[in-house]
Design a protein around this ligand. Structure first.
Ligand code: ADP
Ligand code: MG
Length: 628
């Protein structure tokens, strides 16, 4: 509860106590009016003020005006009738305020979830001065390559590489993963994680504004500006609905009595004005206006707790309609950590082949490159690596110690004019050419992630009809993975542009506009597909800006189960949104009809308004607690 909420809660409680007390105080006439007016103003002054401001700004037709009109009307009517019955006007305001308070509390709660993430960017970083003393400075001022010190309990402020110290990092704010990650010298650390035990000295590799934590924050701040169709529907609806209601209320107040008057009967103005006022209270669209954005907000907040970042409510909506999920293989369904299983050199020795290949891959971020570097740990010697050219879907060429090295698949060999030959060993074959001559191949193999199978099963359970895998890897490897995981379709040996073409094909095959196609990749050379599909999901995004940028939904770690978590949350969230739309509109319409025919009184109207709002808000909050 923040200060404003506390203040309003106290105000509501005071008003409620006074309201009950007034019931037992037997005053009449002017003193009675003054007492009631005091309570009315105490509980409703801000609504009245907002209504006046709305008129001033020429946007008067909102729920504040509806409430102000209805309650002032009710008081005026009581004055006119000399009944002294002002209780209804106060009750309307009181319950309306309770509803408002409740809603602001709920929004605050889901915002808190997001701000657990918001907290991820610390406002200082420690640097050492000449005397070895730590000095906190503004992280914005820290240049790339600066050494910063992170003490236990502090958050990593900027992405970097550990140069000394060992520790465990708590990454849960970013990934939802509770198991700490151990880091030692040479490991990358990502801003936003909490350093749990050791002191770490880190050389920064990015500026503060470009670091993971800042990127993630930017992304979440933008999320609320991207509206879903449901939200747009509601704001359009409210824009038409409110004037219609005000005009209908006027008609209800004037036409029937006029008609009665003209036909020579008693016009009963009070009755009809009273009905019009009830009509106004009932019609307040706040349940919808409040609960729909809140549902999305809570859904996005709840997803972020599981390490799923959704860039906007529109994406949550599209994800919920996903019928086809297309996967990239390497790094998505498989670990992307290849082990070297065989080295078959042609006319050089094994060591040299691996040496050259690992060096050519020195600067590449591709999972294959990481694995080759791991397999050749003496990599950091004084060889020169220049003219690196990475050819997506083919491999890489580079000049190592003056020799032109090509590492990649058979397509690359053909491009380089090297005469390659195949290998009987199962796995991904990396051919190596030295100065355009074939020098042999390295066989590497990747393993399927332990959760991939379950992730596919859960997707099917959550309404996904078709699973497809696209990969640049060899046919045999791809088909084995496809069989193991029960994928519906597998396409292999694709270049990045072929992947786009396949996704376009799938988009055309769609049975309806709403049978959406999602693509899941690791963001390495699949940005074009991520943006071409209806919805792009990037996984393992910790530390990869390209993925965060290109995707609509970002999975902070690389657990494939997160994909089904995301789909499940989106579907539940949208179901709750639809429930609220039908529930709120249904109850309102029913009550409006009853009100117009005089069956409903003011108390009934209050229930219809505040009751529906509270129920809708409670329902919306469920979005935050959807279990994966
Ligand atoms: P995937 O679709 O499985 O993610 P990519 O499109 O990234 O695969 O790569 C397809 C193929 O291109 C790989 O299987 C490999 O043969 C080759 N390749 C791509 N990048 C590299 C690299 N850096 N080094 C060696 N081979 C590469
Ligand atoms: Mg890939």
């Amino acid at each position: 509860m923040n200060k404003k909420q506390k203040r309003n809660l106290i105000r509501i409680l005071i008003a409620a106590v006074m309201f009950i007390a007034l019931y037992f105080i037997p005053v009449t006439g002017v003193p009675r009016f003054i007492l009631y007016l005091a309570v009315y103003l105490e509980v409703g002054y801000d609504i009245l003020w907002k209504a006046i401001k709305g008129i001033k700004n020429r946007q008067p037709l909102d729920e504040n005006l509806l409430m102000a009109l209805a309650t002032i009307g009710a008081i005026a009517l009581a004055l006119y009738e000399k009944s002294g019955d002002y209780a209804e006007a106060i009750a309307v305001m009181l319950f309306y305020q309770i509803g408002e308070w409740f809603q602001s509390y709920a929004v605050g709660k889901s915002r808190k979830n997001i701000s657990a993430l918001m907290d991820i960017a610390p406002d200082y970083a420690n640097i050492e001065d000449e005397n070895g003393q730590l000095e906190p400075v503004d992280p914005d001022d820290i240049e790339i390559g600066t050494v910063i010190v992170i003490e236990p309990g502090e958050r990593v402020p900027i992405d970097g590489v550990v140069i000394s110290g060992t520790s465990s990092l708590n990454t849960s704010a970013l990934t939802g993963e509770s198991v700490p990650r151990d880091v030692a010298e040479g490991d990358e650390v990502i801003s936003g994680c909490i350093n749990l035990n050791g002191v770490l000295r880190v050389r920064t590799t990015k500026e503060f504004g470009e670091s993971t934590a800042s990127k993630v924050l930017e992304l979440i701040e933008d999320a609320s500006s991207r509206k879903s169709q449901s939200e747009n529907f509601i704001s359009r609806f409210a824009r038409i609905y409110t004037p219609v209601v005000v005009i209908s209320a006027l008609v209800l107040a004037i036409i029937p009595p006029l008609f009665l008057l003209l036909t020579g009967q008693v016009p009963a103005w009070e009755t009809w004005i009273y009905r019009a006022l009830i009509f106004l209270v009932i019609s307040c669209p706040c349940a919808l206006v409040v609960s729909i954005p809140l549902s999305f907000f809570a859904g996005i907040g709840g997803a972020s707790r599981h390490g799923v970042l959704v860039k906007g409510s529109n994406y949550l909506e599209v994800l919920s309609e996903t019928k086809t999920v297309v996967f990239d293989k390497t790094g998505t369904l498989t670990k992307g950590v290849f082990e070297v299983t065989a080295i078959h050199p042609d006319h050089v020795d094994e060591h040299h082949l691996l040496h050259m290949a690992a060096h050519a891959e020195r600067y590449s971020k591709h999972p294959i490159a990481n694995s080759l570097r791991l397999a050749y740990p003496d990599e950091a010697d004084d060889c020169t690596v220049e003219d690196v050219e990475e050819i997506a879907g083919h491999g890489i060429t580079a000049r190592v110690n003056g020799d032109v090295i090509g590492v990649g698949n058979s397509k690359l060999m053909e491009k380089l004019g090297a005469e390659w030959h195949n290998c009987h060993k199962p796995g991904t074959i990396l051919h190596v050419a030295i100065n355009g001559t074939y020098a042999g191949h390295i066989v590497i193999s990747d393993v399927i992630k332990p959760n991939s199978k379950e992730a596919i099963e859960r997707l099917k359970k959550n309404g996904v009809e078709q699973t497809v895998m696209l990969t640049g890897d060899a046919k045999q490897v791809a088909e084995n993975v496809g069989k193991e995981l029960n994928l519906d379709r597998v396409y292999s040996e694709l270049l990045p542009q072929d992947k786009v073409a396949h996704v376009e094909q799938l988009l055309q095959e769609k049975k309806s506009e709403k049978a959406r196609v999602a693509f899941v990749g690791d963001g390495i050379n699949d940005a074009p597909v991520l943006s071409r599909s209806d919805i792009g999901i990037a996984m393992g995004a910790l530390g990869s800006d390209a993925a965060i940028e290109a995707a609509d939904i970002v999975l902070m770690d690389d657990d494939p189960l997160k994909i089904s978590t995301a789909v499940k949350i989106s579907r539940k969230c949208l179901r709750i949104v639809k429930e609220n739309i039908w529930f709120a509109i249904g109850v309102k319409v029913a009550c409006l009809i009853l009100g117009a025919f005089g069956v409903a009184n003011m108390w009934f109207a209050i229930f219809a308004d505040v009751g529906v709002m509270v129920l809708a808000v409670l329902n919306a909050i469920r979005c935050m607690f959807i279990k994966p």
